[in-house]
Design a protein around this ligand. Sequence first.
Ligand SMILES: Cc1ncc(COP(=O)(O)O)c(C=O)c1O
Length: 384
Amino acid sequence: MKRNPDEKWTKADICAHLGDDYDRFSGAIVPPIFQNSLFTRKTKDHGYVYTRVSNPTTEVAEVKIAALEEGEAARCFASGMGAISSAIMYWMSKDSHVVCVRSAYGPTREFLSSYLASFGVEVTFVKAHTTEDIEQALRPNTKLIFLESPSSHIFELQDLKAIADLARSRSIGTLIDNTWATPLYQNPISLGIDMVVHSASKYLGGHSDIIGGVLVGTNEAMDRIMYKERALFGAIMDPHQSWLLLRGLRTLPVRMKAHQESAMKIAAFLEDHPQIERVYYPGLKSHPQYELGARQMTGYSGLLSFLPKGDMQAISDMLPRLRYFEIGPSWGGFESLANGIGIGIESEASEATGIPQGLVRISVGLEEPETLMQDLDQALRSMK
Ligand SMILES: Cc1ncc(COP(=O)(O)O)c(C=O)c1O
């Protein structure tokens, strides 16, 4: 279905129907996978040339995600990191400076601090609990402020509107990793942020069966990135991946509702548990930035972390005793996962990223929350 310019679609309707052009696709209720490398132009120019540049299946996902994020346009990438590195390169020129939040995803930090350093790019990592933290780090050559709110380990937040206003007043670009909140629960562009990136490998795909990324911004920026960074790095999402992403998007609202409800229950349960030192979850009133989160988000996802009482060995031994949680690094899928991200972290890295030693992160899946709470309870009690 196409959207009339004056028509307001709900997010659920966007996920279910926007961009599904039945006339164009022979009435197919699900768009086909255009599994072809090139498009012939012998009799007519259909607007496509080569799948490294654009593809009709991928475009349907892009139409949906741009609308969900309240941005002008979106582009899909082969991975979240493909989208992040392409977006960062869009803002860079020789000898640029970037301000990045300290709790950004590890490979994002690495791309900025070690990979781009060899091209003369400098980065300053900041705590960014206040906008002044960011302001103090700005330099005359700062080209980009990279945000991740909430971050995906300790769930630190940044004041998006205040930072967007500051950046605009200094002609500095703003880019945010919005993977945790998803476009359902936070729309940074509507708060003045220039560009939004998602790892589609998490909630957008939702079934732990794709690696993908999405970028949302202005038509002008997305067109430039489509012909430059995405086409030149060869970083476009492939048609089958795009089709799986579309399938994931159709159930995003119902999945997110379930993730949120379960995570809320589990976070509250852990907060009261005698074996727990601290819970990190923006949906809890005890979160130090709860008010800010409630102001700029409309919901919470299913990723949270906690610090158990006990030494590192006891925490490490507890994890494999979980029966329903698999142990793994990713998140946002149907399955519950646990990851000892603070186990074995060096004190220097802990200081730099804010991740406390012993931190355990869980991705709350779509199982019954009561089952998951019982599982956590038995594993935590076994630590004594
Ligand atoms: C917050 C966050 N951003 C970006 C990424 C990168 O996404 P991908 O693995 O799809 O490249 C991840 C992956 O774990 C992530 O957790």
